[in-house]
Ligand binder design. Structure first.
Ligand code: CAA
Length: 253
């Protein structure tokens, strides 16, 4: 383990209290990054669990509340982090929700709520962060998409659209920042052992697991491993890429 020091690179992880986010924070800290996790304040019990899980890293891991669907709040949070912790070197956009319903039953509210968090949230954080990264000549942005953005999923027109959009966003921004030392990539998890997937009806989930060649749900650690890889200092030649981590559930070339 590389212990984070006050000079270590600074990583910001949205959805930092979530099933994947907390493990991404842990592995980034283990890789020697200072980490600021962002998530909603309304999750008091999750904030406690987060603090306990990552207590070994002391001040190197912090929490800041923000709603990623609110651009002004994101810009203010980025400014506050940059003035108190220094420039942001790594941004992991892991905040995401589901509002599953077949399109014939989906309300405009379910569509809008999902797009505002899962897609607007990526813009709202990347926009204020990217300026400093380009000015300093180094940055790593890793956006969490999903296998369901690649394949589509019954009941997820909103989620699949947003997650496919996340990769389109990543490719476009990767072109804009490539000459500035800033890479932008996507990780596309399959079905993982998280509260989000636990909420899928049991019969549907069993059918999905049966179709995973590796034979199990992904562990949050499987996803964090890929994020840390793409966020590494020596990963500078990988940009605009999508790294699928789905146990073979969807294979493509
Ligand atoms: N494929 C084909 N047909 C399906 C289907 C499927 N997967 N699921 C339901 N149907 C059929 C039903 O058999 C039924 O058919 P009949 O009308 O002929 O009886 C019909 O569609 C029911 O349609 P409804 O709109 O009434 O569906 P519903 O309201 O009962 O439930 C649902 C739909 C809420 C989407 C439910 O199926 C569900 O929750 N599915 C899980 C979706 C899912 O996988 N979400 C992933 C969440 S985790 C995640 O997103 C993380 C990640 O990145 C991987």
């Amino acid at each position: 383990m590389n212990k984070p020091t006050p000079d270590s690179r600074l990583a910001v992880v949205t959805g930092g209290l979530g099933g994947l986010g907390i493990e991404i924070c842990r592995q980034l800290a283990q890789a020697g990054r200072r980490v600021v996790a962002l998530d909603l304040t309304s999750r008091a019990e999750r904030i406690d669990a987060f603090r306990q899980t990552l207590a070994e890293f002391g001040d190197a891991v912090a929490f800041e509340p923000v709603d990623v669907s609110d651009y002004e709040a994101c810009a203010a949070t980025v400014a506050r982090i940059e003035s108190s912790h220094g420039g942001i070197d790594v941004l992991v956009n892991a905040a995401g929700i589901t509002r599953d319903a077949s399109l014939r039953k989906m309300t405009p509210q379910q569509w809008q709520d999902l797009l505002r968090v899962n897609l607007d949230g990526v813009f709202n954080m990347s926009r204020p962060v990217v300026e400093g990264m380009c000015a300093r000549g180094f940055g790593r942005i890793v956006n969490i998409s999903s296998v369901n953005g690649q394949t589509g999923q019954f009941g997820q027109t909103n989620y699949s659209a947003a997650k496919a959009g996340v990769h389109g966003f990543s490719m476009a921004l990767a072109r804009e920042t490539a000459r500035k030392g800033v890479t932008v990539n996507t990780v596309s998890p399959g079905y993982c052992d998280t509260p989000m997937v636990a909420a899928v009806p049991e019969d549907v989930r069993a059918q999905i697991v049966a179709g995973i060649p590796v034979g199990r749900l992904g562990a949050p650690a499987d996803i964090a491993r890929a994020v840390v890889f793409l966020a590494a200092d020596d990963a500078g030649y990988i940009t605009g890429a999508n790294l699928p981590v789905n146990g073979g559930y969807f294979m493509s070339f």
